[in-house]
Unconditional design. Structure first.
Length: 362
C-alpha cells in the first residue's frame, strides 16, 4: 500500500504551525505537530494582523524544522507540501504561502494550497478513523460558522451559515462584556458551570418549530441579536448593581442559547440528509457543553469531535487535506496566492439530492 507523506504549514491567523502527516488512501496518521501561539494578542483583546504577520516571519522556520525533526524525517522524505492559502488574514497567509513555495522550490516538492475550512473537516479523522464521509459537519470558529453536508472527501454542500457574527466571535464579544479575557470561549464555559440556566433564558436565535426544509432560515444561523440581548442584560445588571452576582448566570444563559441552536440546526441537517455521523470542527468544537448536548440529542447518530489541539488552527489538518488533494491528483498553478476569502473547493449544489440516501448511509 502506497503511503503519501505531506508537510503541512498553517499561518492563517495567529498560530504558526507545521506538521507531518501520512495518508494511505483511507487512514491518516499524524507523525508530528508543532503549534506556536501568539499570546501577545491578549493584550489587545483580539488579533492584530500586522503583529501576527511579523510573528509568523520569525517563528515559521524553527517551527517547520521542529515538526520535521519530531517526525524523524527530512523535508526531502515528503511527497508534497500543503499550505493554507485561504481564508484568513492576507498578510499572515502570505508568509506561509511564500515560505512553502520557497521550500518546495529548494527541495523539488510540489506545493498544494489548502482551504482552511476544508482542513477543519479533516481534523477529526486524524484521531477518529470512523470520522469519514458521509457525514454532517458543523464548523464553528472565531471567523466562521458553517453547516456542511459531506457525501465524500472533496464533495461538499453548504447547507447553512451564520448571517452575521460567527459563534466564536459571539463568545469573544460576550466575554468582553462580562469582563473575561480573550479568547472568550473557555472563560465563558468555565464561568457558565456555576450559572443558573433559568435565570437568563435568552431566545434561541433563528430557531422556530414552524420552520420547514426549504425555508431560507431552516439551516442558517444568527448570533447578533443574542449578543445584543446579552448586552442589555449586562447593562440592566450594572444599573441594578447585581452584575457581579449575575455574571455566571448571564454566561450560562448565553452559552445555552448558542449550544441549543447549534445542536438543533446540525441534527436537522443530519436527519434530513440521512447521515449517521456528525463531525464537529473549529475552536468552538472544544466546548464541552456543546459536545455533551450534541451527543445527548443525537440518539443513534454518532458524534465526533477533535481534541482541543486539533480543533483550533493547526497544520496537521492542513497536511491531511493536502494529502487527500495531492493523492487525488489535484493540479496546482505555481502562481497561486493567498486570499482573505474564498469559497470551499468541491462545493456542490446544496439543493441537489445527495443521491440514493439509503445507499450512502454507513
Amino acid at each position: 500500500m502506497t503511503i503519501t507523506r505531506v508537510l503541512g504549514i498553517e499561518t492563517s491567523c495567529d498560530e504558526t504551525s507545521a506538521s507531518v502527516v501520512e495518508y494511505d488512501g483511507s487512514t491518516f496518521s499524524q507523525r508530528s505537530l508543532v503549534i506556536l501561539s501568539q499570546d501577545v494578542h491578549r493584550l489587545f483583546g483580539g488579533v492584530v494582523p500586522e503583529i501576527a504577520s511579523r510573528q509568523h516571519l520569525t517563528a515559521l522556520p524553527p517551527v517547520v524544522r521542529a515538526a520535521i525533526q519530531e517526525a524523524d524525517a527530512d523535508a526531502r522524505c515528503c511527497d508534497a507540501i500543503a499550505v493554507t492559502h485561504a481564508p484568513g488574514l492576507v498578510g499572515a497567509l502570505l508568509v506561509g504561502v511564500h515560505f512553502a513555495k520557497a521550500l518546495g522550490l529548494a527541495r523539488g516538492l510540489p506545493v498544494v494550497p489548502v482551504h482552511h475550512m476544508e482542513g477543519h473537516l479533516f481534523a477529526t479523522a486524524l484521531e477518529h478513523p470512523d470520522a469519514v464521509p458521509p457525514f454532517t459537519a458543523l464548523l464553528v470558529s472565531g471567523g466562521h460558522t458553517l453547516l456542511i453536508d459531506v457525501p465524500a472527501w472533496g464533495e461538499y454542500r453548504l447547507l447553512g451559515r451564520t448571517r452575521d457574527d460567527a459563534a466564536g466571535e459571539a463568545f469573544d464579544k460576550v466575554a468582553k462584556l462580562l469582563g473575561l479575557p480573550y479568547p472568550g470561549g473557555r472563560p465563558i464555559e468555565e464561568l457558565a458551570r456555576s450559572g443558573d440556566p433559568a435565570r437568563f433564558a435568552f431566545a434561541r436565535p433563528m430557531l422556530r418549530r414552524s420552520q420547514q426544509p426549504g425555508d431560507p432560515d431552516y439551516y442558517d444561523l444568527s448570533f447578533s441579536g443574542l449578543k445584543t440581548a446579552v448586552l442589555l442584560a449586562v447593562r440592566a445588571a450594572e444599573a441594578a448593581g447585581t452584575l457581579e452576582e449575575d455574571r455566571a448566570h448571564i454566561a450560562r444563559g448565553f452559552q445555552d442559547a448558542v449550544v441549543d441552536t447549534l445542536v438543533a440546526k446540525t441534527l436537522r441537517a443530519a436527519r434530513q440528509h440521512g447521515r449517521e455521523r456528525v463531525v464537529l470542527g473549529g475552536g468552538v468544537a472544544c466546548n464541552g457543553a456543546l459536545q455533551a448536548a450534541m451527543r445527548r440529542a443525537a440518539a443513534s447518530i454518532a458524534v465526533f469531535a477533535p481534541a482541543p489541539r486539533l480543533a483550533t488552527d493547526n497544520a496537521a489538518m492542513i497536511a491531511a487535506a493536502g494529502a487527500f488533494r495531492f493523492r487525488a491528483g489535484t493540479t496546482v498553478s505555481p502562481s497561486f496566492s493567498a486570499h482573505a476569502s474564498l469559497p470551499l473547493p468541491g462545493m456542490l449544489d446544496a439543493t441537489a439530492d445527495s443521491g440514493t440516501r439509503a445507499s450512502s448511509r454507513r
